[in-house]
Design a protein around this ligand. Structure first.
Ligand SMILES: [Zn+2]
Length: 180
């Protein structure tokens, strides 16, 4: 994958300086560089990633809380974020978009979603209403832009928390840093 908006992590030196002394560095080193995995007593990071079946992380046990949502949409699912910050004392969040995200196809999939809900036992009117109400909040044009925007929005509200926008390439399973 190549993009001037995405920064590769092939060596420790590639990691952006703003993530120094944060668990984001550890996350990138574990996953991309295969760094030796430390033992953890408690989680240091919250990872919010898309639910996509191709996305998985090479990280130590107990290193991170993980929220999986369609499109890595954390803003629509803030209670998990609040729980990690307040009940588990986590202060860093990685928001992980990915390539080929199905949430970029939601807008053209009304018929499939409505007929699929009908086949699942819903009545058609309720299915149509569900699509009309939900699709706008979950449809994405560009997953990278979306995680950057979410980080910027969440930083204004949670001013003492670190939010890092990352992108997972489903072709090679590597993480990239999104340039803001
Ligand atoms: Zn996705």
């Amino acid at each position: 994958m190549t993009s001037d908006r995405l920064l590769n992590v092939r060596h420790s030196d590639d990691i952006l300086r703003e993530w120094q002394r944060t668990p984001i560095v550890d996350f990138l080193q574990y996953h991309n560089l295969g760094a030796d995995q430390r033992d953890y007593e408690r989680a240091e990071l919250l990872i919010c990633a898309c639910m996509d079946f191709r996305v998985s992380f090479n990280i130590p046990d107990k290193f991170a809380y993980i929220i999986r949502t369609p499109g890595a949409n954390l803003i629509e699912n803030q209670f998990g974020l609040v729980a990690a910050l307040t009940l588990a004392d986590v202060h860093a969040v990685a928001l992980v978009a990915h390539t080929d995200c199905a949430m970029t196809k939601v807008r053209g999939s009304e018929e499939r979603i409505v007929s699929g809900l009908f086949a699942s036992g819903w009545d058609e009117n309720t299915a149509q209403r569900f699509y009309a109400e939900q699709a706008g909040a979950h449809a994405l044009t560009n997953p990278t832009d979306f995680v950057i925007r979410q980080c910027q929005t969440l930083r204004k509200q949670y001013t003492n928390v670190i939010f890092a926008p990352l992108v997972y390439d489903v072709a090679d399973g590597k993480l990239w840093q999104a340039r803001e």
